[in-house]
Design a protein around this ligand. Structure first.
Ligand code: HXC
Length: 289
């Protein structure tokens, strides 16, 4: 769909770029010539992804562990990157989420999600944006949101609230930073299967009943998301800013949100799901330590 050197000489940071959607976008950017920075909490997956993309596409891929909840660490990290030269693009992809009835959430559970998604994404965006403004450097920001920024969503209320805040950030900063040549957009993907989200969010397979709410009758194909992320990052359509673009096969417009079918689960089902999510998180934690 694009010329192979479309993103040549662009330096792009992708948070959570070691796995999942972040890795997929990073890979497409590398394929189109961009030099990359990826960060996340797990060193091993960052290392593997950086090695793989460097080998395959011959671009520079630098990686560092970073928890975006730690605002000082975020600003220090961005400062180190800018010491090497200004970024041209930022993809706010790092997130955290789990399904749970809202009545069962503890305040710490709410904070675990809000601190990553709402606070962490602001810290990164602010650290990068203020440097672009100081340097008078053109920039492009893309945040990965979800269609529930328009609909709300049961069972993922901390994520829905936090991502809705980022939708407001996208609109607000597009207006405030347009004069600095910074464009600010977002992508709201519907179901694109990745291991992390599928294990935690119990989204089910690509079978007929779970796909019934999607007019296109299927989950998203990664290349579709990659193409959109590349189009938004490239030059050529800079007048497009402040927009959150849904890519979900029109699922949210049908009124059956991703998690509406969870209404039929019993308390026992939820106990099992909680155990499953915890075991997946514990595996991740073991990998991090
Ligand atoms: C209820 C839970 C819970 C669960 C954690 N908590 N999991 N409560 N149900 N399943 C509560 C804990 O009990 C604790 O509160 C508090 O949350 C903090 O838990 P920790 O495990 O100590 O937190 P932490 O190590 O910071 O882990 C953060 C996390 C974890 C978000 C909970 O899942 C994580 O790191 N995830 C990152 C990756 C991720 O989530 N990826 C999926 C994103 S998918 P108490 O009070 O008990 O101490 C996505 C896109 C969706 O966002 C798109 C779909 C279409």
């Amino acid at each position: 769909m694009f010329k192979k050197d479309l993103l040549k000489n662009k330096r792009i940071l992708i948070t959570g770029g070691g796995t999942g959607l972040g890795k997929e976008m990073a890979s497409h950017y590398a394929e189109h010539g961009a030099d990359l920075y990826i960060c996340g909490r797990r060193l091993n997956v960052l290392e593997e992804t950086a090695f793989e993309l460097k080998e395959k596409y011959g671009v520079s891929v630098k990686y560092e562990t970073l928890d975006i909840r730690a605002s000082k660490d975020v600003d220090d990290y961005i400062e180190r990157i800018f010491q090497e030269g200004p970024l041209d693009g930022l993809v706010n992809n790092a997130a955290g989420n789990f399904i749970s009835p809202t009545k069962d959430l503890s305040h710490k559970g709410f904070d675990a999600i809000a601190n990553i998604v709402f606070h962490g994404t602001f810290y990164i965006t602010h650290s990068v944006g203020k440097r672009w403004i100081d340097l008078k450097h053109k920039g492009s920001i893309i945040s990965i949101l979800a269609t529930w920024v328009w609909t709300g969503s049961p069972y993922v209320v901390p994520s829905a609230m936090s991502k809705s805040g980022l939708n407001a950030m996208t609109q607000s900063l597009a207006a405030e930073w347009g004069k600095y040549n910074i464009k600010v957009n977002a992508i709201a993907p519907g179901p694109f299967p990745t291991k992390g989200a599928w294990e935690r969010l119990n989204l089910g397979g690509n079978d007929e009943s779970s796909m019934a709410s999607i007019p296109l009758g299927r989950t998203g194909e990664m290349i579709e998301l990659q193409n959109l992320a590349t189009f938004l990052m490239a030059d050529g359509c800079d007048y497009l800013t402040g927009q959150t673009i849904g890519i979900d096969g029109a699922q949210y417009l049908t009124g059956g949100g991703t998690f509406s079918n969870l209404d039929k689960l019993s308390d026992e089902d939820w106990d099992q799901i909680r155990a499953m999510i915890r075991s997946s998180n514990n595996k991740d934690k073991a990998n991090r330590s």
